[in-house]
Ligand binder design. Sequence first.
Ligand SMILES: Cc1cc2nc3c(=O)[nH]c(=O)nc-3n(C[C@H](O)[C@H](O)[C@H](O)COP(=O)(O)O)c2cc1C
Length: 215
Amino acid sequence: MEKRWRCTVCGYIHTGENPPEICPICGADSSFFELVSQEEEANKSTEVKPTAQPVIPQPDREASLRQALYRISYGLYIITAQAEGRDNGQCANTCFQITAEPPRLAIGINKINFTHELIQKSGKFGVSVLSQTGQNHARRFGYRTGRDFDKFEGLAVHRGESGVLLLNDVLVTMEATVVGQLDSGTHTLFLADVTAGEILQEGDPMTYAYFRSSK
Ligand SMILES: Cc1cc2nc3c(=O)[nH]c(=O)nc-3n(C[C@H](O)[C@H](O)[C@H](O)COP(=O)(O)O)c2cc1C
């Protein structure tokens, strides 16, 4: 292996049996060169350089974990269900496509919600995809349970082919049949096949971030 010499004045590295007479960078003579040791060479080749240096001051572990989760982006949806003659709906951000073939999605619903009870009883639910003007729908369906009041009163809705109510003033609607569910502690993850879909409006969907910034 060829020797490597370091200029102690400017750090220039020269490769060869002997140091150069004059450093081509700073002009120091050969007496200013030192041999780079084999140990130093070995360390250099195994040195692991950090790839993702945090440039923003990190909060404590728990807070940074929560802040990281907070930056996952979502849409906003009204999930509707019907069972035993009762209709209800709730706002949800946790609705996402799992596969295109078959058309399959998942929703995350809190076990204490009235909507949860209706989905478990019927095995079906509707999804109304909010547009960026859907703040009022999110408020009406997202902050109060429908156990003791009718969230649809005065609202333009229609009934889908599976029997669930769907909102008129939204981008698209879907109807879905539950094919599996996962107990996730406080929530249930419902996996469902999409059985119907209709396009009602053109426009951009509401995102959770847009809702937070515009409410
Ligand atoms: C922006 C927003 C997003 C929400 N996302 C969810 C969600 O993904 N899952 C859930 O179970 N609840 C979610 N909620 C809360 C429910 O909409 C809320 O608890 C609702 O009152 C339940 O109604 P229900 O008891 O009539 O079913 C969300 C609320 C808001 C405002």
